[in-house]
Design a binder for this molecule. Structure first.
Ligand SMILES: O=P(O)(O)OC[C@H]1O[C@H](O)[C@H](O)[C@@H](O)[C@@H]1O
Length: 517
C-alpha cells in the first residue's frame, strides 16, 4: 500500500547534480494539475519573467532584484547567450563583468604572494568583517570549501567576526597577526553599526602594529563605494555591487571576495556555474518540471493546511552551516505580515525554518517531529557520493535518512488503534508529516551553487505565489532605530530611556554590573 496519494516517482525531478522527490507530500496528483492552471502559478511565471528582465520586483524600495546577474558570466559561458540588464541607465552585466575581472586579478595577486605586506612578505591571514547577508554566505562557503579537499589548497588562514559581541572578535584576533592580515569589510550599505564598529576596532589593532599596515590591509565589498573610500579603503580595493542585489542574495559577488582569496577563483567560479544552471532551469521549465516551483507549491500547500514549520536536516556534516544561512534567506524574505497591496495576511507566509545535520538531530529533536502536535514538514538532504571510502558508514547514514523519511510519512501502522488504547498510546506515531527528499550527486562547489540557487528561487516563488515582496526587510529597521537611541542611555550617568520597562532594565543592568547602587 502506498502511504500517500502520489504514486512512487510521480514527483521525482532532476536537474544537473540535484534530484528531489516529493512523493511523500499530503496532496494528490489533482493538486499538481490544478496548481499548474492556477492564477497563483501564472503570477509566478510573470514574476520570474520580470525578475530576469530587470523589472521592479521589489516595489517598497522601487528596485529590481539583480542577484542572478552576479552569476551571469557563468550563464554566458554555459549558453553562449550574452544579454543586457539596464537598470537606471547602466548595464548591470557590464558592472558585474568588470568587477569580477578586477576581483579575479586581485585574488591572483594575493594568492601568488605578489601583493605583499608593507614588509614585503605575502599575506597569510584574512579577517572577514560583516553581518547578516554579508557574513552568513561567505561563512557557509568557507566552511564547506574547507572540507572539500579542493584542487587548490587554502592560501590564507581565515577568521570571521560578525557580532558586536567582542568575544567573537577576541577569539578571531587571537588567531591573527596584524602585520600579515588582510581585512575584508563586507557591507552592502556600509552603514551597519556592528560592522563599522568592528572595523574601527580593527583599525586600532592594525595601527598598534605600526602606522604602515592599515592602508594595504583593507578591502571592501559594498554597493556604496564612496562611503568605503571615505572610511579609508583605497578605491583600488573597493569592489562594488548593485543596490538591487539584496544582502541575503549577495554571496555570489564581491561579498565573497575573501572566499575567492582563500580557496581560489576556480572553485568559486564552479559555484557560479552550478547556480547558473538552476537559473536556466527556472527560465526554461514549465511549473510541473521546475524544481523550485514544485517545492514552493508544496510549501504553500503545507502552510494552507496548518504546517508552519520546516525542519531541514542535511545528512552530511559538511553542510552544518546550511540551516543558519537559509534561515536568513527564507525568513527575512518571507517573514512578512502584508502582501504587495498592503493587505494583511491571514496566515504565516512561510514556515519557520530550522534544523541540524542528520543523524545528530534524530537523537535530539526528531522526537518532537514524530509525536508532538506541532505540525512540521521535514526535508532531508542526502549526498550520494561521499568524499571518503568508508562505504559501510555511508550506507548506515543513508539507511537512517531513508528510515526517517518513511517513519515521518507512514508513522506506525496501528497508530490509530494505539491512540484508542490508553495502555499503549505512548507508542503512537501518527505519520503523515510531509517529507521532501533532496539528493546531491556529490558535494562540490558546483552542486552547492545549484542547491543554494534552488533555495533562492524557491523562496522567491513562495513569495510570488502569495503576492508578497521577498526583497525588503522593514521589520529589521525597528530594533536598529531603538538601539541607536539606547546607546545614549546605557552608559552610567546618561539620560534615562524613554520607555519605563527599558529604563528599569538599564537600571537593573547597571546595578548588577556594580556601576550603580
Ligand atoms: O550588508 P549590510 O548593509 O551591512 O547589512 C547587513 C544586514 O543588515 C540588516 O540587518 C539586514 O536585515 C540584512 O539583510 C543585512 O544582510
Amino acid at each position: 500500500m502506498n502511504e500517500t496519494a502520489l504514486k512512487p516517482g510521480f514527483l521525482s525531478r532532476s536537474v544537473g547534480p540535484l534530484h528531489i522527490n516529493l512523493d511523500r507530500q499530503l496532496y494528490g496528483e489533482g493538486h499538481v494539475q490544478s496548481f499548474q492552471l492556477s492564477e497563483a502559478n501564472q503570477s509566478l511565471s510573470a514574476f520570474n519573467q520580470k525578475l530576469f528582465e530587470g523589472g521592479v520586483v521589489n516595489p517598497t524600495e522601487n528596485r529590481p532584484a539583480s542577484h542572478w546577474a552576479l552569476r551571469s558570466t557563468a550563464h554566458t559561458e554555459q549558453t553562449g547567450q550574452s544579454a543586457q540588464l539596464m537598470i537606471n541607465g547602466r548595464d548591470e552585466l557590464v558592472l558585474v563583468r568588470q568587477v569580477q575581472n578586477h576581483m579575479e586579478a586581485f585574488v591572483e595577486e594575493v594568492r601568488s604572494g605578489r601583493y605583499t605586506t608593507p614588509d614585503g612578505v605575502p599575506y597569510e591571514n584574512l579577517l572577514h568583517l560583516g553581518i547578516g547577508g554579508s557574513d552568513l554566505g561567505p561563512r557557509l562557503l568557507n566552511d564547506v570549501f574547507a572540507k572539500l579537499e579542493l584542487a587548490e589548497a587554502p592560501a590564507l588562514n581565515i577568521q570571521f567576526a560578525a557580532n558586536v559581541d567582542f568575544h567573537e572578535m577576541k577569539a578571531a584576533l587571537a588567531a591573527l597577526n596584524p602585520k600579515t592580515t588582510l581585512v575584508v569589510i563586507a557591507s552592502k550599505s556600509f552603514s551597519t553599526r556592528e560592522t563599522l564598529h568592528n572595523a574601527q576596532h580593527i583599525f586600532k589593532w592594525l595601527d598598534a602594529a605600526g602606522p604602515q599596515y592599515r592602508a594595504k590591509a583593507l578591502v571592501a565589498a559594498t554597493c556604496k563605494p564612496s562611503k568605503a573610500v571615505e572610511f579609508g579603503v583605497d578605491p583600488q580595493r573597493v569592489f562594488e555591487f548593485s543596490e538591487s542585489v539584496g544582502g541575503r542574495y549577495s554571496l555570489w559577488g564581491p561579498v565573497s571576495i575573501g572566499i575567492r582569496m582563500v580557496h581560489g577563483n576556480a572553485a568559486f567560479n564552479e559555484l557560479l556555474k552550478g547556480a547558473a544552471l538552476i537559473d536556466q532551469h527556472v527560465r526554461e521549465s514549465e511549473a510541473s518540471q521546475c524544481i523550485p516551483t514544485l517545492l514552493a507549491m508544496s510549501d504553500l500547500y503545507n502552510l494552507e493546511h496548518g504546517v508552519a514549520s520546516l525542519m531541514l536536516s542535511p545528512y552530511d556534516s559538511r553542510l552544518s552551516l546550511l540551516s543558519p544561512y537559509l534561515q536568513q534567506l527564507w525568513m527575512e524574505s518571507l517573514g512578512k505580515g502584508v502582501d504587495k497591496n498592503g493587505k494583511v495576511l491571514n496566515k504565516p507566509a512561510c514556515p519557520i525554518l530550522w534544523g541540524d545535520v542528520g543523524t545528530n538531530g534524530q537523537h535530539a529533536f526528531f522526537q518532537m517531529l514524530h509525536q508532538s502536535r506541532i505540525a512540521s514538514s521535514v526535508e532531508l538532504i542526502v549526498v550520494v557520493h561521499p568524499n571518503h571510502d568508508e562505504v559501510q558508514s555511508h550506507q548506515v547514514l543513508l539507511s537512517h535518512a531513508l528510515a526517517q523519511s518513511e517513519a515521518f510519512s507512514v508513522g506506525r501502522l496501528n497508530a490509530e488503534t494505539e491512540l484508542n488504547n490508553p495502555e499503549i498510546n505512548f507508542r503512537s506515531c501518527p505519520g503523515k508529516r510531509p517529507v521532501q527528499m533532496v539528493f546531491l550527486d556529490s558535494l562540490t562547489p558546483y552542486s552547492l551553487g545549484a542547491l543554494l540557487c534552488m533555495w533562492e528561487h524557491r523562496t522567491a516563488a513562495l513569495a510570488a505565489l502569495q503576492n508578497i515582496n521577498p526583497f525588503d526587510q522593514w521589520g529589521v529597521e525597528l530594533g536598529k532605530g531603538i538601539a541607536e537611541q539606547l546607546e545614549q542611555s546605557v552608559p552610567p550617568g546618561h539620560a534615562p530611556a524613554e520607555n519605563p520597562v527599558t529604563a528599569h532594565l538599564i537600571e537593573h543592568f547597571l546595578y548588577q554590573a556594580g556601576t550603580r547602587e
